[in-house]
Design a protein around this ligand. Structure first.
Ligand code: PA5
Length: 446
């Protein structure tokens, strides 16, 4: 069972920096409204809550075929179309490429050095390319896809189509059009599901299936979490409670930074996935919280000093893993100064360090809470994805912002299209040219 312990975010533990139960109760009417919105039809993007019930037959068929035929699997996508798959693979199949095939590469940024390195490793005659873009037009993904399609054609002649799977909107977008014309295999992302909420759609599930992850377990976990987060009362709904606490921390206690601190290497990419979710969903109209992806114990030796004695602007969420799949005992080597380690294991050590850090922060009156998961497996990861998605959407609605749009991201995309001369973006081009003309030359030449 997953637990959420928020003792150390309360006034009783940390004094005036913390919250009182009455602060949470005072949100009752707001939460009632948000609950109504979540259960109603106002926000079609809550379609992500239906993903645990999707039909997996087509995905399983394609996944099975790729596993049999491919030595390499290359995923092209960015943002929600890459961070979710990465979190899944790193959490459940760490070091996968060293032991298994098809070897999986996720190419998100358009850095030519990275692509050159990947191309020098893979054999395009045996590589399936999975291009993922919900909008079907994101410049990074489509530019990489044009390159890969061209290379695949050269490597596989007429048969190249077999080596491409497009994951995109069922109807709209350039990628859907190209896939129709060319006859690629496709998987659909539900039209209402937004990129950063899409990890449990074919976006994450195809790469998961290819890596041999228990896809059904993931969805079962998500389903069970959904069941636990149905009540309107935050004292009976852990997702609403977590969201309400983060909202109050931001709005009433000036905590503008949310640090996610898993004590597990496997969850490092999960932390990065969370950062996109939290930043893009809430950062609007002058509101939101800056997410910071962290990792214990490593960041104890990098960030903890700042968290304890620096600006009082952070709330820290620990993720503690109760048991590792394979724990390792520390051997007793008869060195008196190290005898305190006798009988301990690395799993025990990492838990002791988490406990110590929690105590340090609490003593320093810095708000923190702890999510404990029994282990990192498909079932509990499915629970965690669903939990964090629901917390985020709920918190966005408490802030009264739209947690499903990303106008800032779109503006970046549109200006890039303008600069590159895409038809229909002439005004963006003009804006970019004017900006360049106005830029002051306050620069050093070093
Ligand atoms: O959450 C979002 O919608 C965005 O961050 C997208 O994931 C990102 O911009 C990539 O978009 P797309 O999947 O349409 O290529």
């Amino acid at each position: 069972m997953i637990t959420l312990d928020f003792t150390n975010i309360m006034q009783e533990a940390i004094g005036p920096e913390g919250l009182k139960p009455e602060d949470i109760d005072a949100l009752k009417e707001q939460i009632k409204d948000v609950h109504r919105e979540i259960s109603g039809t106002k926000w079609p993007a809550f379609a992500f809550l239906d993903l645990p019930y999707q039909d997996l037959s087509e995905l399983s068929k394609i996944g099975e075929d790729i596993r049999k035929t491919s030595e390499y699997f290359m995923l092209l996508g960015i943002g929600g179309s890459a961070l979710g798959p990465k979190a899944l693979l790193d959490s459940l199949k760490p070091f996968y490429n060293l032991k298994h095939t098809p070897k999986i590469f996720i190419y998100d940024n358009v850095d030519p050095d990275t692509l050159t390195s990947i191309l020098s490793i893979i054999d395009l005659r045996k590589t399936t390319v999975n291009v993922i873009t919900k909008s079907g037009s994101t410049v990074e993904t489509m530019a990489s896809f044009l390159i890969l399609m061209d290379r695949l054609k050269k490597a596989n002649k007429e048969n190249y189509k077999h080596w491409i799977v497009a994951t995109t909107d069922p109807e709209k977008g350039i990628l859907r059009e190209v896939a129709r014309e060319e006859g690629f295999r496709t998987l659909s992302i539900h039209p209402d599901v937004v990129g950063r909420y899409s990890v449990l759609s074919p976006v994450g599930l195809l790469p998961a299936a290819i890596a041999g992850i228990d896809v059904k377990g993931l969805l079962d976990g998500a389903k069970d979490m959904l069941e636990k987060c149905k009540a309107e009362d935050p004292w009976k709904n852990p997702a609403y409670m977590a969201g309400a606490l983060m909202y109050l921390m931001g709005q009433q206690k000036g905590k503008s930074i949310s640090v996610l601190l898993p004590y597990s290497d496997r969850l490092k990419s999960f932390s990065e996935w969370y950062c996109q979710l939290w930043a893009e969903s809430l950062g609007k109209e002058g509101l939101g919280q800056t997410p910071y992806p962290s990792i214990g114990t490593t960041d104890q030796h990098s960030q903890l000093q700042l968290w304890m004695e620096g600006p009082k602007d952070k709330v820290i969420t620990f993720i503690r893993v109760e048991s590792s799949s394979d724990d390792i005992t520390i051997p007793d080597k008869d060195i008196p100064a190290l005898s305190y380690l006798k009988g301990h294991s690395l799993g025990g050590l990492i838990k002791a360090e988490q406990e110590a850090t929690e105590l340090c922060l609490t003593k320093a009156k810095r708000p923190n809470m702890r999510i404990t998961i029994p282990r990192v497996d498909a079932y509990y990861l499915g629970q965690m994805f669903l939990f964090f998605e629901l917390v985020t959407a709920f918190t966005g609605l408490l802030y009264r912002v739209n947690p499903f749009n990303q106008p800032g991201v779109e503006e970046g995309k549109n200006l890039t299209y303008g600069i590159l001369g895409r038809e229909g973006y002439e005004d963006k081009r003009r804006e970019a040219v004017m900006y360049k003309g106005k830029m002051q030359n306050l620069k050093y030449k070093i």
